[in-house]
Write a protein that binds this ligand. Structure first.
Ligand code: ZN
Length: 92
């Protein structure tokens, strides 16, 4: 009996496979239809692990100018865990 009550969980489910989404921050690659691949780091989103579908806030997509672009790669970022680290200032 390992079934859990899903209603109590605030996490959304994947619209393709109904799997639970992993909400985190991701390093991503988007392929723009009119340009090359573009890298974005520390993008907040929700990833469906079984079918590798990444959900990103539509408003953020607009801000980044990624309308029509497709996410071709995403990996959970560990940079957010190191933001308090002194002495390292990543280039913009
Ligand atoms: Zn899924």
């Amino acid at each position: 009996m390992t079934d859990r009550i899903r209603r109590s969980r605030p996490i959304e489910t994947c619209r393709f496979c109904s799997g639970a989404l992993m909400t985190s921050v991701f390093d991503t690659v988007f392929r723009d239809p009119e340009a090359d691949e573009r890298l974005f780091f520390a993008i907040p989103g929700a990833l469906c692990v079984p079918c590798r579908q990444l959900y990103v806030d539509q408003q953020l997509i607009g801000i980044l100018g990624l309308d029509g672009a497709r996410c071709t790669f995403a990996i959970e970022s560990d940079r957010v865990l190191q933001t308090g680290h002194a002495g390292q200032a990543p280039a913009a």
